[in-house]
Write a protein that binds this ligand. Structure first.
Ligand code: H2U
Ligand code: ZN
Length: 348
């Protein structure tokens, strides 16, 4: 790392989104008298009769959840997307200012475990592997549809990130059009491959492993780093070692490797402030738009909001909202904090 960058304000380029982030390392000592969140008590019951997602219970929409024993998938009772939504496109006034398009798709919920009190961090690698396999089956099933171009798998974890229920669960939103993030990442990866003749994230992963300063965890098939261009204080990206575009292309050992890496990252997070660490995480497989995507390198993003303790979060406000994202602690120092947390007995 350039020593000037460790002490001085600078901006860093995110080649995956082709955006800049402002880094202000000299500012980490500034006082804080703002909002403090209440710590969240972890869920204690293995079965909660009031929980919409526990086996055998009736959900908010009136449907009963099966008595499932491992993972469980159901159509979201309050889906944001519908398969039968009408197709239309309009440009009121013809000036490209009031443009709308009909959008269709599918929203599903996936319960990771029948146990109400678990989280990915508390599940075994075998149990997380079952979740990985369901994600893959969902991507294959939904991605094969003519009217689907992207399958976005994600998890909102913790009330701070808007999760509606502590029961371990995630969501799958599959849509006719490519969401913004996929559009940006696809264009950037395709352009990089055209100009440099190699994969952006393969080249990036090699450099990060060689440098080591932003690496948080490694196994035979996956690497976790705080990206050079991270926006959130403890943001992490998980990258496969092999150039694979989706879960389907991963062999059994790689799927186990992904499960182990998800466990390592979530356990490490929970150690940082000795609290169940909130985050939004999601998978970025290739688009399922029937095009070849040689440029696309599968990856997962973790975006956690916590900054300084279990109760002090980063806000994306002011300059972040109106100018560019900004961070104080450097990605290198966040990676060091995460590596130290990963050494604690709770993780290993
Ligand atoms: P979170 O990932 O933000 O917790 O959202 C859970 C989803 O579960 C949410 O989209 C759905 C909500 O619509 N849900 C049901 O489909 N049925 C229910 O009974 C409760 C929640
Ligand atoms: Zn539950």
């Amino acid at each position: 790392m350039n020593p000037l960058a460790q002490q001085n304000p600078h901006r860093r380029f995110n080649p995956l989104k082709r955006e800049w982030v402002l880094v202000s390392p000299h500012r980490t000592q500034r006082p804080w008298q703002g909002q403090v969140e209440k710590p969240v008590a972890p869920a204690a019951l293995t079965y909660d009769p009031e929980c919409y997602l526990c086996p055998g219970n009736v959900r908010a929409g009136g449907v009963r959840t099966d008595r499932y024993a491992s993972t469980y998938i159901f159509e979201n009772d309050f889906a944001a997307l519908k398969l039968d939504a009408p197709r239309f496109s309009s440009d009121e006034g013809g000036k490209g200012l009031l443009v709308a398009e009909g959008e269709s798709g599918v929203c599903r919920v996936i319960c990771f475990s029948p146990r109400h009190d678990l989280t990915l961090a508390k599940m075994s690698v075998e149990e997380i592997r079952a979740v990985v396999d369901v994600w893959d089956a969902q991507c294959q099933e939904l991605g094969a549809r003519e009217d689907i171009s992207y399958v976005q798998v994600f998890e909102n974890r913790g009330a701070m990130m808007g999760a509606s229920n502590p029961h371990p669960h995630g969501q799958i939103w599959a849509s006719r059009s490519l969401p913004n993030e996929a559009v940006a990442e696809q264009a950037a990866q395709a352009e990089y491959m055209k100009v440099h003749g190699c994969c952006l994230l393969c080249a990036y992963r090699e450099m990060e492993v060689a440098l080591g300063e932003r690496v948080v965890a490694k196994n035979d098939s996956f690497v976790a780093v705080v990206p050079f261009w991270a926006v959130w204080p403890f943001e992490v990206m998980i990258l496969p070692v092999r150039h694979v575009a989706d879960l389907e292309s991963m062999n059994s050992a790689e799927r186990d490797g992904l499960a182990a890496m998800l466990q390592a990252v979530t356990r490490t997070y929970d150690e940082v402030f000795e609290t169940p660490f909130p985050y939004s995480m999601g998978l970025h497989p290739r688009p399922f738009d029937r095009e070849e995507h040689p440029e696309w390198h599968f990856h997962a993003h973790f975006y956690p909001p916590l900054l300084r303790s279990a109760t002090i979060r980063k806000f994306m406000v002011g300059f972040e909202l109106l100018g560019s994202p900004q961070r104080d602690i450097t990605p290198e120092s966040a990676a060091e904090t995460l590596r130290q947390a990963a050494e604690r007995p709770g993780v290993r």
